[in-house]
Design a protein around this ligand. Structure first.
Ligand SMILES: NC(=O)c1ccc[n+]([C@@H]2O[C@H](COP(=O)([O-])OP(=O)(O)OC[C@H]3O[C@@H](n4cnc5c(N)ncnc54)[C@H](O)[C@@H]3O)[C@@H](O)[C@H]2O)c1
Length: 163
């Protein structure tokens, strides 16, 4: 089984959630994490046994060359971190939603990954929740007939609407 060396950029709430995922995977190890807030980086590193802790993500990428990068920072940082990860040779990038603040940034990220053959995914995990899967199955099985209209509500289209 392939073994993946992962790095986490941003050690806040979502960085810790991604770390939990890598810790549960048999074929991955977190080789480094970064956060300018030292306490955040250290807390994650201590909890998951991460040896290399950085405050500058470019230095992390340059020195550790991870296979997989988790981009767990705020949206305006996603594009630069994705592009830097591609340039550093990462083969997989799992970034937090929303993808980016603008359509232009989103397209640039997509293009950078497509050109370099990098798999980029986003953390739209809510669609895997049992209630949504159940609704999907009911629709697929014809249990509620043909869907002619669907209404939804979310308090922040930019954030929640991307799920
Ligand atoms: N998928 C989900 O369910 C879900 C839930 C909440 C938030 N999010 C998304 O996750 C992203 C992060 O949210 P969060 O709640 O973890 O925020 P957070 O504030 O808890 O964590 C962000 C971390 O990034 C760090 N950071 C800032 N600049 C940095 C830099 N240059 N290099 C490295 N680290 C840097 C901050 O110091 C902080 O520790 C956002 O895009 C948010 O929309 C997704």
């Amino acid at each position: 089984m392939a073994h993946f060396r992962a790095a986490i950029l941003g050690c806040g709430g979502r960085g810790r959630a991604h770390a939990e995922g890598y810790a549960a995977a048999e074929n991955a190890e977190i080789v480094a994490c970064v956060d300018p807030v030292e306490e955040n980086a250290k807390r994650l590193a201590d909890r998951y046994g991460v040896e290399k802790v950085y405050s500058d993500y470019r230095q992390l990428l340059e020195e550790t060359k991870p296979d997989v990068v988790s981009v767990c920072t705020w949206p305006h940082l996603h594009r630069e971190m994705v592009e830097a990860s591609v340039a550093a040779g990462a083969k997989g990038i799992h970034a937090e939603k929303p993808m980016a603040p603008t359509w232009g940034d989103s397209k640039a990220m997509h293009e950078a990954c497509e050109t370099a053959g990098v798999m980029m995914t986003f953390c739209h995990q809510r669609r895997f929740n049992p209630e949504f899967r159940k609704a999907r199955d009911l629709i697929r099985n014809g249990a509620i007939g043909e869907i002619v209209r669907l209404e939804g509500y979310c308090p922040n289209m930019y954030d929640w609407g991307t799920r």
